[in-house]
Design a binder for this molecule. Structure first.
Ligand SMILES: [Fe+2]
Length: 450
């Protein structure tokens, strides 16, 4: 019986090795999937580079795959007519035919047009324009659970599902850019892709590679950095670590995808907590130390995948309950102003919460010259937790019958949402839209003051 299983598993692996490259170079999918063909080697496909915010607003992190490396990864950056500066970084041989290249660029000035070009297999990519924004008053987009590949179950093939989700990912980024004013970056609340890579299972590795190609396929990602939380679908996937160049990455709260990390941008500190690791001692150490190191920065925003005060079905799960019992106290002691999550695939927003109690006394006003309602929240009263819906619509869950007492607003229509967040000197301004209607927000506008 054991031998029979072994033979089946070997035959399956051989089939996948032979047929997978054929699947992935199909012409229809060329814009979405890696090209494995002998002479193609990304010659027409330099579009898989991913930008991530750097350690602070003057820095920018890059990561891309190549097939060959001379041991050093290189990016060339310049202003129009200016001197070209080459930044060098680390290249890591992944042992699967690919090299992961990670480079950090620094000394960027605000409101400036740059061009960058990166080296891949001995060739320089075409220059890409990248514009820095205002460093003090700026917007960013928050979205969650693109989970590229999750709709494959409803489609004929995996490839169809990945293509559909990648299209929708491209579409939601486009809509959010149309609505916001030149955002500085995107924050994604985890579950960037669907398949949990498993070293022992060749088919899941290959499907995961395709999903990452889909995630990285929107051309917007060539000039808008994206900071990703580690979701439960990402936590054991090396592809996450190898595709994203996370700033100030620590080994605290670590899983295979990476650990807790942070960056600052203007007057805000962003802490990405890997809540798949339940070691609260390590998360506390990370948050305490990072907040202390950046104590003069006004706004503190935490991002993690598990929505402990969300409105969906995950609220009663053992891990979520454990995090809800242990993490808020650490966040409150460190005066976090806002928390962004995913996991439930249903948009919800909590009341301000302190010591596990929802705080009801906040002002609701009308926006000047409009009927739009605004919830004015003093961050000292409690932390607001926002959960993003599935931003691609790749998977939705039913809303549970019992409404969570922590939830101020829930939007459970099976429609993707995105949130536009503006960081100002005296307030954080938050407004959430559904994909197909950018005139009427799905929730009151939220203004957090401190
Ligand atoms: Fe998810």
């Amino acid at each position: 019986m054991k031998n029979k299983r072994k033979i089946i598993s070997i035959l399956l692996s051989i089939t996948i090795i032979i047929f997978f490259p054929i699947l992935s170079i199909s012409k229809d999918n060329k814009n979405y999937f890696f090209t494995y063909g002998e002479n193609e080697c990304y010659l027409d496909n330099f579009d898989q580079i991913c930008l991530t915010p750097g350690e602070n607003e003057t820095m920018l992190n890059f990561c891309w795959y190549s097939k060959f490396s001379d041991g050093v990864s290189k990016i060339k950056v310049y202003e129009k007519g200016g001197k070209k500066v080459i930044y060098k970084g680390k290249s890591t041989n992944l042992g699967n035919g690919f090299i992961s290249n990670k480079v950090t660029v620094n000394n960027l000035k605000e409101n400036t047009t740059y061009y960058y070009s990166y080296e891949c297999d001995g060739m320089w990519s075409k220059p890409v324009e990248y514009n820095t924004k205002d460093f003090q008053k700026y917007t960013f987009i928050f979205m969650a659970d693109p989970q590229i590949g999750a709709s494959s179950k409803k489609m004929k093939t995996y490839e169809d599902g990945i293509k559909r989700d990648a299209d929708n990912w491209n579409n939601v980024i486009k809509k959010s850019l149309d609505k916001s004013c030149n955002p500085s970056f995107i924050v994604c609340g985890g579950d960037e892709t669907n398949t949990k890579e498993d070293d022992r299972d060749l088919s899941s590795i290959h499907i995961s590679n395709l999903e990452y190609s889909g995630f990285l396929s929107p051309s917007y990602l060539r000039y808008i950095p994206v900071a990703n939380a580690i979701g439960n679908h990402d936590k054991d996937n090396k592809n996450f670590y190898n595709h994203f160049n996370m700033p100030n990455l620590t080994n605290l709260g670590e899983t295979i995808a990476g650990g807790d990390y942070y960056f600052t941008y203007g007057n805000a500190l962003y802490l990405f907590i890997n809540t798949n690791n339940l070691n609260m001692y390590e998360h506390k150490k990370f948050i305490d130390e990072v907040v202390e190191r950046n104590k003069d920065i006004k706004w503190r925003i935490a991002v993690f995948h598990h929505d402990i005060y969300g409105g969906g079905k995950h609220k009663d799960e053992k891990d979520v309950k454990y995090i809800r019992k242990n993490l808020p106290n650490i966040l409150e002691n460190n005066k976090i102003d806002l928390v962004l999550c995913g996991h439930d695939h249903i948009y919800s927003r909590s009341y301000p919460i302190k010591s596990d109690k929802e705080i009801m006394d906040f002002k609701v006003e009308k926006l000047q010259n409009s009927n739009e309602k605004v919830d004015i929240i003093k961050s000292s009263k409690g932390i607001t937790y926002i959960t993003g819906s599935s931003c691609t619509g790749s998977k939705f869950y039913k809303q549970p019958k019992d409404k969570s007492k922590y939830v101020k607003k829930i939007y459970h229509k099976k429609i993707a949402t995105y949130t536009v967040i503006e960081i100002g000197k005296n307030a954080i301004n938050i407004v959430t839209y559904e994909l197909n209607n950018n005139n009427k927000p799905v929730d009151n506008r939220i203004i957090i003051q401190k």
